[in-house]
Design a binder for this molecule. Structure first.
Ligand code: ADE
Ligand code: ZN
Length: 456
């Protein structure tokens, strides 16, 4: 399979014991976000992933939502009636089911967004009016519980929740892996081209409300092809919505295909090969999923091939992983920007390099809070990045799971970090200059920002 791309590349990922997931130990927790410690103990008892990256994707997808009837119009599906949407492997108790049974309605009080957004109406109005680009958005992470329910019904997929509220209540995470277990299971309702279109269109309409003018969207093909959904089905649906969004909402776009880093290099090569007939409509590659234990080095050769094919390259680095992973993303993958990059701040030489090279960091404040990367929104790295003249941007990552879209993220940090209007303007400027748009388009967006900012 991977021969056309240069043969097999077996190279095991390094597992640095000392850098295992920043598991939240009982007694070691930060308290600002209730989910960060409330889920810590439970997770040790039940969580199927819990940072154990030896699980295959099929394991992860194993029967969170069993298909009770074959769905109509399932292009590319190859499974019999009654099989799980993941294919073959069934698991008695999935993370979604466990949460549903536990009725996990954690009283989280006011959400960070609710707590933060009332304090400065003028600043909030500026945030709303400014045109912006979103550079870090996983389209599968924009699957709102309402759409999850609707798609489950349309496709005859059963889910272990009886209300949208129950789903939302289960979205309480103590680390990245904890979230990913749910995220992959949620994907199981996405089966047809129409599903991927509906998902993407819903995000675009919501983004338009926030004055988003350009999006660079991640998608995870391996999360779908492993379930028997054809690569074309995924890209066709997403692209149809993106084209419509450009025509009707004035939102330009780039599409970035991510490799799941907990899977093998060979599987990444196979995915790149599947993408070959679609290279006219895929603009870049990214690297996401469980970070710790899966350093960028594992994907050096597949990224080299992607660059050779003319694709843009970016990678999640320094979300939970150490600064060394950011170094590797730069040195070995030759990324054009860094997704998250929080832990780069631990390394002064790295900070200097990021500043000197003008590299863009796609920071996701509410994601960081919900995944316990930070203990409080006031700890968002955006403050230090701005102070260090690093090119930070603000993004929503997986808004359906983390409780806020891009303007919610802006408002949350604007209040918590007491951002000046000039700093907010800088952040939206960075979103365009850090994008993969041609320079002429960037300049046009900057002019519009200046107009809006000048009139404040
Ligand atoms: N996939 C979706 N969201 C992610 C995140 N925040 N980090 C890594 N992989 C992801
Ligand atoms: Zn992400």
């Amino acid at each position: 399979m991977s021969q056309a791309l240069g043969g097999r590349h077996d190279k095991p990922g390094r597992m640095d014991e000392s850098e295992q997931l920043k598991q939240v130990e009982p007694g070691q927790v930060r308290i600002a976000e209730p989910g960060c410690h409330q889920r810590g103990i439970e997770q040790q008892q039940w969580c199927i992933g819990g940072g154990d990256n030896r699980l295959t994707l099929a394991d992860r997808l194993g029967c969170p939502v069993a298909v009770t009837q074959p769905a109509a119009g399932m292009a590319g599906m190859d499974r019999g009636q009654g099989q799980s949407s993941a294919g073959h492997i069934h698991r008695d108790r999935t993370e979604l089911e466990r949460r549903a049974r536990a009725g996990q309605a954690v009283d989280r009080g006011a959400s960070p967004v609710q707590r933060q957004s009332m304090t400065n109406p003028a600043r909030n109005a500026l945030i709303a009016r400014l045109p912006k680009a979103e550079l870090h958005l996983h389209i599968e992470g924009s699957l709102e519980p309402e759409l999850l329910f609707a798609l489950a019904q349309r496709n005859g997929v059963s889910i272990p929740f009886d209300s949208v509220e129950a789903v939302r209540a289960a979205y309480s995470f103590s680390n990245l892996q904890d979230f990913l277990d749910i995220y992959y299971q949620g994907m199981s309702v996405l089966l047809t081209e129409q599903d991927f279109y509906d998902l993407t269109w819903a995000y675009l309409e919501r983004a338009a409300d926030d004055n988003v003018r350009h999006v660079e969207i991640f998608f995870d093909p391996q999360g779908h092809t492993e379930r028997g959904v054809a690569f074309d089905t995924v890209v066709d649906g997403i692209e149809r919505a993106l084209k419509q969004g450009e025509a009707e909402l004035g939102i330009s776009y780039r599409l970035i295909m991510c490799f799941l880093r907990h899977l093998s290099e060979d599987e990444a090569f196979a995915t790149l090969e599947q993408a070959l007939p679609h290279l006219h409509r895929i603009h870049g590659v990214g690297l996401d999923s469980s970070e710790v234990g899966h350093p960028p080095a594992k994907f050096q050769r597949v990224f080299a091939k992607a660059r050779e094919l003319g694709l843009h390259v970016t990678a999640h680095a320094g979300e939970e992983g150490p600064p060394e992973y950011v170094h590797e993303a730069l040195d070995l993958l030759e990324v054009e920007r860094i997704d998250h990059g929080n832990r780069a701040l631990e390394d002064a030489a790295l900070v200097q390099r990021i500043a000197e090279e003008g590299l863009t960091l796609t920071v996701c404040p509410l994601s960081n809070l919900r995944l316990c990367v930070i203990g409080d929104i006031a700890e968002s790295p955006v403050r230090r990045m701005l102070d260090l003249s690093l090119k930070a941007t603000v993004n929503s990552d997986d808004p359906a799971y983390f409780g806020g879209y891009i303007n919610d993220n802006f408002r949350a940090i604007a209040d918590a970090l007491d951002l000046s209007e000039a700093e907010i303007v800088k952040l939206v400027e960075n979103s365009f200059t850090g994008s993969f748009l041609p320079m002429a388009d960037q300049i046009q967006h900057l002019a519009e920002i200046a107009e809006v900012a000048g009139g404040r």
